[in-house]
Every structure is written in C-alpha cells, then in structure tokens.
Design a protein around this ligand. Structure first.
Ligand code: JB2
Length: 211
C-alpha cells in the first residue's frame, strides 16, 4: 500500500484510521470539505485541507481511502469516489486485522471490512462497499458496489444486494433473498422476501414504506 490520504474526516474516518494504524499503513493525513477542520487534526493525523489538496499528489503516488460513510443514501460516498477515480486516483481496500475475510471471498477496489466483521467463502463485495463493525456476510453472497452493510447486520447464505443499497444496523436478511439497487433496509429489519430496486423496507417481516 502506498502512503494513504483519507477523504473525509468524520466518524467513519476514525474507525478507518484505527484499522490502518493496526495494519501498519503510513497515513499522510485527511482532506475534508469542511474548511473549519483544515489545519486541525483527527486522532493526531493532520487535516490537510479540502479535496483540492489532492491535486498536489500525482495519481498512483498515494492511495486514497474513502472515509465518507452513510446513514441512508450512498450518493455522497459514490460521487466522491467516482470523481476522484476519474482524476486517476487509486482507492485502497481496508481490512481490519480482526476481521475474518475468507481467502475464497472476492473483494473489489476500495472495499472496507471493519473490526469483527465476517465475510465467508464464495462471497463477493463490489467496489467502494463497506462491511461495517461486526457485520456478517455469509457464503456465496453477492454484494454490489457502493453498498453499506451497517454494524451488526446478518446476511445469510446466497443473498444478493444491488448497488448503492444501505442495509441498516442490526438488520437480518434470510438465505437466498434478492435485494435490489438503491434500497434502504431500515435498522433492525428482518427481510424474508425480495426487495425491488429503489424500495425502502422496515419491520419483522420487512414491509415497504415510503421515505
Ligand atoms: O466531497 C467531500 C465531502 N463531503 C462531505 N470531500 C471531502 N473530503 N469530505 C467531505 N465531507 C466530509 O465528510 C464532511 O465535511 C464531514 O466532515 C465528513 C462526514 O463525517 P460525518 O461524521 O458526518 O459522517 P461519516 O460519513 O464520517 O460517518 C457516518 O457514517 C458512518 C458509517 C456517521 O453516520 C457514522 O456514525 C457512521 N458510523
């Protein structure tokens, strides 16, 4: 891994810094759109300024880490990722040393697997996807790009999750279920049937609701 710059200096950046430290990565600092954070620090790492600072670094000389999380929409995280990819930057994947990631699982660029998460054999995770603290992705799950599997989620075997979907904290999805793209699965839901693209569901069993 090249020296690293984190994009975003909020809550998600904190857990990423912890994982990067424990992985022995060299962290240069962070960039954040909030000018009031510039020249301050986060956990002892400098906030270098906003995204314009990245123009000083030749693409490929540093690795970026997308530290913009989500609580419902993945739009912001996705658009920042794609903007900087188009500029030629490379996003490193981050796997916390105390995550369990099967060597028979496939992860794409910019994937983040946090402390206590489990990713089982045959599972695949698309680019820029987060498997957050203590979440479980069981065997042969296919998780798309720009997805957030929030803390404590359980995806049973053979679950499919479409791009840009947010699966809220503590939700459970039973085996073989297909969840579409750009969906919101509310925290604590138990999903026992398919969810169509763009839908929001909540409850036990999870039912559609309008946001
Ligand atoms: O375009 C941007 C940009 N847009 C927002 N470029 C850069 N470099 N930074 C950007 N930001 C910054 O991301 C905001 O100014 C803010 O400082 C940071 C987001 O921090 P916040 O603490 O609001 O949320 P988060 O995304 O770090 O974490 C959320 O998602 C996590 C998964 C929170 O809900 C956390 O509690 C949650 N664990």
């Amino acid at each position: 891994m090249n020296p690293v710059i984190l994009v975003g200096a909020g809550g998600h950046a904190r857990v990423l810094l912890d994982a990067l430290e424990l992985s022995g990565a060299k962290v240069i600092g962070l960039v954040d759109a909030d000018a009031s954070l510039a020249r301050g620090d986060l956990m002892g790492y400098p906030v270098l300024g906003d995204d314009a600072v990245l123009e000083r670094y030749a693409p490929g000389s540093v690795d970026l880490v997308n530290a913009i999380g989500s609580v419902d929409s993945m739009q912001r995280r996705k658009s920042v990722y794609e903007k900087l990819r188009r500029a030629g930057h490379v996003f490193a994947s981050v796997v916390h040393p105390r995550a369990t990631l099967s060597r028979h699982a496939r992860i794409a660029a910019g994937v983040q697997v946090m402390a206590g998460a489990v990713v089982q054999p045959g599972a695949s995770l698309g680019e820029n996807t987060i498997v957050n603290t203590g979440a479980n992705v069981d065997h042969d799950c296919r998780v798309g790009a720009h997805v957030h599997i929030a803390p404590g989620v359980t995806l049973s075997g053979n679950v499919q999750i479409g791009d840009e979907t947010h699966v809220g904290a503590g939700a459970t999805v039973i085996q073989g279920t297909r969840i579409g793209a750009r969906c919101l699965i509310a925290a604590g839901s138990v999903v026992t049937g398919g969810v169509r693209d763009g839908a929001s569901v909540k409850g036990l069993p999870a039912r559609e609701f309008s946001r």
